[in-house]
Design a protein around this ligand. Structure first.
Ligand SMILES: Nc1nc2c(ncn2[C@@H]2O[C@H](COP(=O)(O)OP(=O)(O)OP(=O)(O)O)[C@@H](O)[C@H]2O)c(=O)[nH]1
Ligand SMILES: [Mg+2]
Ligand SMILES: [Zn+2]
Length: 322
């Protein structure tokens, strides 16, 4: 007779195990290819697409994530997210949100209009360095003359980024060729302020595959603005990711002590600081301040670094768990 009263009767145990097994068997793998708010789309390995429901905060998958999922009445429930190679964050109105995962490079798009902000470029480059992905600067709309945009481009290239100058509108064939050379075989995330021409450049590479249905009319201006982050397979197993314009890269999660290592001009400053925990602000015998005095670090770059430290401080005060 049954000696272990806590165990389910044999037939029930078998049924439970069977259910578990069939659930495991029903588990499939795919990639998150679109994300809008709380909704996302999974492309199964066979190419079929499913709308996915999020199951709790832990399973907050972003575009580029490889996931396993089960199907329930035609929609997918994410069961697990595979470990990420990297993760990039965007930042809006004091909130940091994950943007995309598992990318090889970030195309940082900017243009004479809307006016380029070099701090956006610096932040984007820092985010790339911290996530260990390559940065590709793309100055678009070169049909519009702009010494300020050129200066921001040259300055950022001097910090070690690769760069392209293109016009999606007046020199589409050249733009297509230059981008294709940089993007085939790699996963490229396109970022930049709204209106700089990210989707225009992507449509040169993708043609009709760019989802026009996911572009909405921006009121008053008659412009199309991207509302979802979307992954498009591209040549040689590469991919192109379009993203909605945003103001800034999220850098609050970074450790202040690591910042100089991710800023090429700071990293190149020779020597050592007297204090191991030097913050490179007012401390004596500081290699960064010496480079600043010698002119190899620009005052604007040191002011940028100081702002990042201040932001880090205030965000830690706001959320002590970070
Ligand atoms: N003059 C000029 N205009 C361009 C060029 N490329 C794009 N545009 C225009 O810039 C506007 C914005 O282009 P989009 O491609 O929608 O910009 P986006 O970066 O995708 O914008 P969001 O989706 O809002 O982030 C459109 O009116 C384009 O026609 C260019 O090379 N030169
Ligand atoms: Mg767009
Ligand atoms: Zn120092």
């Amino acid at each position: 007779m049954a000696k272990d009263a806590t165990r389910a009767p044999a037939p029930l145990r078998a049924a439970q195990a069977g259910e578990r097994e069939s659930r495991e068997a029903a588990r499939k793998t795919g990639r998150i290819v679109a994300r809008f708010g709380q909704h996302s789309i999974i492309a199964a390995d066979d190419g079929q697409e499913y709308e996915a429901v999020r199951r709790g905060k832990r399973l907050d998958a972003v575009v580029g994530d490889r996931v396993s999922y089960t199907l329930h009445h035609g929609s997918a429930a994410i069961e697990a997210i595979e470990p990420r190679r990297n993760l990039l964050y965007r930042e809006d109105a004091e909130r940091t949100k994950p943007l995309a995962a598992n990318v090889d490079q970030v195309a940082i798009v900017f243009a004479p209009q809307p006016a380029p902000q070099r701090e956006f470029l610096w932040r984007a480059m820092l985010a790339c360095a911290a996530a260990d992905v390559d940065a590709l600067l793309v100055l678009n709309k070169i049909d519009i003359e702009s010494p300020a945009a050129r200066a921001a481009f040259d300055e950022a290239c001097a910090l070690g980024a690769r760069g392209l100058c293109v016009s999606a509108k007046t020199r589409p064939a050249e733009a297509r060729e230059a981008l294709d050379r940089e993007c085939r075989g790699r996963v490229t995330l396109f970022v930049g302020h709204s209106g700089v021409g990210k989707s225009s450049l992507l449509s040169l590479l993708l043609g009709e595959r760019l989802r026009v249905g996911e572009l909405s009319q921006r009121s008053g201006q008659g412009k199309q603005t991207t509302t979802a982050t979307r992954w498009y397979p591209y040549e040689d197993e590469g991919a192109l990711i379009d993203s909605p314009g945003f103001q800034s890269f999220g850098l609050h999660h970074l450790n202040a002590a690591d910042l100089p290592g991710w800023m090429p001009d700071f990293a190149a400053a020779p020597g050592a600081c007297r204090f191991a925990d030097c913050r490179h602000l007012e401390e004596p015998d500081c290699r960064i301040r010496a480079a600043l005095a010698a002119g190899t670090i620009a005052p604007e770059r040191h002011a940028f670094y100081r702002r990042l430290l201040d932001e880090g401080e205030s965000s830690r005060l706001r959320s002590p768990r970070r």
